[in-house]
Ligand binder design. Sequence first.
Ligand SMILES: [Fe+2]
Length: 408
Amino acid sequence: MDLKTEYFDDGSSFYPIDPLMLNPEYLEEFAIFERYPKKDNLYRFRCLIMDFDSTPIETVIKLLKSWKVVYIHKKHLTSYEAHIKENLGYILMLDKLETKKKTKVFTQVSTNVIKDVFDSHYNDSVISPKAIEKVEKLVSQVIDFISDSNSLECLAELIGHDYNTHVHSIKVGWILAAFINANKDLFKASYDLDLKSLLIKATVAGFMHDIGKIKIPENILNKRGKLDNLEYITVQSHTSYSLSLLFESGLPKFAMQAILYHHESEDGSGYPCGLKGDQIPLIAKAIHIIDVFEALTAERPYKKAKTPFEALRIMMGENPQVEVLNKFEQEARQNKKAPIEAIVRNERDVKIQRLKERMMLEEEAKKRVEVRLKLRDRGMAHCFDKELMKRFIITINESKSFNLSELI
Ligand SMILES: [Fe+2]
């Protein structure tokens, strides 16, 4: 790709990078620039190295060490991203790079990888073993870093920020890896696998737990208001879709079970099978905890993020109206309060009278869901394994970024 050696630009065509992230052994595809102060609203960008092939590696190493920040042209962004992806293991081993930056890098790379898997399978009925191998390769590069003592520091970095399905999925995966790693005794006792294989496969399950959402209509997934009953049931089908999509992916049975059962609740009020207590596999229970925790602590367009303390207090809280809450959940699933013909769009809907009826029923359904969510926020302890929940709070607390001592 042809680039000039000098640009005058407002900064929007360039991307700042930490030179530490560049592995001098494998730099071929992009040029790097330095930025001069703004003059007449434009920066001057001067090329530092245009051709890595013809620059001696010692010179490259020396130069990279001497800069705090360098810039790449956005035309080279894809090459830069490929470089980071290929050299992720190298970057995570760098002593000088702060954990914060490392976490940002592997979060970004994994988000791209997972987004790619999600986006490229909208029209497919199965996800190939090849796609899963790619995800496993990524996880293998990061898992040694997660396994070392810094993982709790990176755990703190993963919590909060904006919500979207891909970022949510990778956060659930990485938080799960850090959680399993900090509670090796518990997980090793439940699964007959060496820790590294367990960590890798479980993390992939964490990444893929919501893949079935690609089969849910977007207008339902992205609906800003509350879901009505039929929409709610449709969303719940994502667990079965995940299983079906991954059926031939080569993922082991325990990972598939963890994905299928990640919405099962301790008291049997979850879905898709209404399993309870020991019937629910440990990793499915862990994904459920992390999934809810991550969703509560993330910012959404229609709700403010809760702090880890607030989220965990809700998750730990005994709900005084758990029976009413479960009745609501049941009604929603059985669709008692919103008959199907009132919601499905068909030609009768054009008749004003029917439309009015439907709107009234939808309104009622919305209100019921609102009440249900409000009720849920009064306490969710019945959904989770108490012991595992305690371990989770202790793990988060050990990251020393949040004061959770009151909850332990
Ligand atoms: Fe889910």
